[in-house]
Design a protein around this ligand. Structure first.
Ligand SMILES: CC(C)(COP(=O)(O)OP(=O)(O)OC[C@H]1O[C@@H](n2cnc3c(N)ncnc32)[C@H](O)[C@@H]1OP(=O)(O)O)[C@@H](O)C(=O)NCCC(=O)NCCS
Length: 195
């Protein structure tokens, strides 16, 4: 896909989920979800997270990053309800994927499904031919999502993306390529594979 033209947001959907653009009305829930202490520990969102962080992310950063092709970000919603459930994003330059879900909505397989939708779209449109996933060592829920989506575990290494303080902490890393089958692989850390 040419990088010369501006990119317009695309909508993706399945019987379970709709991925579309976050809108101003989502900022209240985004602010509430982003008070989760797990986000301070595992994500690079601003901390403390303020209402204006959600508003600016939705109104400025997301549209401009689509246009410039720096990062494609979607809201996760159930097909039959308008409420924001979480966020997933893909950086076409590095192939990096990121995601979070509001705490009340976890454990329903929403993020593995969102990951499948984004990967299918990104591979079929040649946006990327490989997706890079990473999380801080010990973020088992994130690693389980990546494993369920078929990512191949690459080991642990300093994170590709800088953490909130600019450091590159040791992270679990995985990769999914166009040619990979999507079955969960066994060579992940035991605590990720364990039932
Ligand atoms: C990671 C996250 C997006 C997972 O989303 P989800 O839609 O709930 O994913 P799933 O429904 O597939 O559940 C994830 C799995 O992790 C497990 N899990 C969740 N929390 C866990 C914990 N603290 N310890 C061990 N396992 C845990 C769940 O039981 C589930 O296991 P299963 O696959 O065997 O059923 C969500 O937990 C989240 O938003 N976490 C905080 C933000 C974050 O860490 N984002 C990723 C940054 S790299």
């Amino acid at each position: 896909m040419s990088r010369a033209l501006a990119m317009k947001p695309v909508e993706l959907s399945s019987p379970l989920l709709r991925l579309d653009q976050p809108v101003a009305a989502d900022s209240k829930l985004m602010f509430e979800y982003c008070q989760d202490p797990l986000f301070e520990r595992f994500l690079t969102v601003p901390w403390p997270y303020n209402a204006t962080d959600a508003e600016t992310f939705i109104s400025r950063y997301i549209p401009s990053a689509w246009k410039s092709k720096d990062e494609y970000t979607w809201a996760l919603r159930a097909v039959d309800k308008p409420d924001l459930l979480g966020i997933i994003s893909l950086q076409p330059g590095s192939g990096s994927i990121g995601f979070w879900l509001g705490a009340p909505h976890r454990g329903n397989g929403y993020v593995p499904e969102a990951l499948r939708l984004v990967a299918d779209w990104a591979f079929s449109t040649d946006v990327v031919d490989a997706i890079h996933w990473e999380c801080l060592v010990g973020n088992i829920a994130s690693a389980r999502v990546a494993r369920k989506a078929g990512f191949i575990f690459q080991g642990q290494a300093p994170s590709m993306s800088p953490y909130r303080d600019g450091s590159h902490p040791i992270s679990w890393q995985g990769r999914l390529r166009t040619v990979d089958d999507r079955s969960p692989k066994d060579d992940w850390p035991d605590e990720v594979v364990a039932p």
